[in-house]
Design a protein. Sequence first.
Length: 333
Amino acid sequence: MLRFNRQNLNNSHEGPWLLLDLVMLGLLVINLLWLILDMLYASRAIYDTLAIHWPAFVDAYQPIHDNFALIDLIFIGIFLSEFCLRWVVSIVRKEYLRWYFFPFIHWYDLVGCIPASGARIFRFLRIFSILYRLHKYQIIDLRSTRLFRFMAFYYDVFVEELSDRIVVKVLSDAQKDIASGSPLLEDITRQVLAPRQRILCEWLAAMMEHMGSSIADAEHGATVREHVQSSVGKAVRDNPNISTLKLVPVLGGTIERTLESSVTDIVTQSLINLLKDVTPDKIEHFIDNGLNRFTTEEQALEDEVLLVVNECLELLKSHVSTQRWKSAFETQN
């Protein structure tokens, strides 16, 4: 049920304009109902029925029907006056970037004022715009009405069905491109990545140098050094040749621990030097000479990856095609 919130009406400081909206809403409803009545009255079947059963009504309404255009012009004059008043107010308030934007944004108000049967239907849109303004200031809550929930539900159904069809079509086209060996990946590599290869190499070299500096730092590199120490220590302890050092009396354990610490420092420092010594030229050389040599096994692996991508797209299509609105409809019922 539609309810008015008087407190929000007072807090909005738009009382006069919202009151004007209510007045215009009432006039629009009266005008539209009268237009429907006059249209029905003009039909031969309705006229004959009224003439037989309610001749007094025909005698009273016939002068109004004969002056239909003149009376409608009175309504049009009121609507145009209200439109011009709001236009002036919008200019004063600077609601739009340009003063002449108002009639283009509210075009349906002007079209609805055209005294032609085809244009009068746009007066319905004026009702919706007034209801929207009232809803915007929370004077009324359209969401609490059954009509709004009904229209919102079927609007969501329409949007979901339409969007699902579009998404499934796009994914199907992507699958066809992958299956036919689309050169999309090659085009991306050649046209997007290749012109920026130098910049990307410089960025990658800077990141690797930053990682090397972080590892060399006593605080930030502690985790990496602990991992290296753990790995090297395990490798030293598992090595059969080094394990014989324990057989050396007195100094065997000390030599093993010293060797473990030394190897840990060497590996850590080698990793730091490797990261710091990588230059953009070396990365670019690696890209130019190392990434373009594919073996038969690597090509088969690439084909398998494409199959995985295709299966993922197929699962995504089946998920998108699920009509979730049916579940919501069953839940409501």
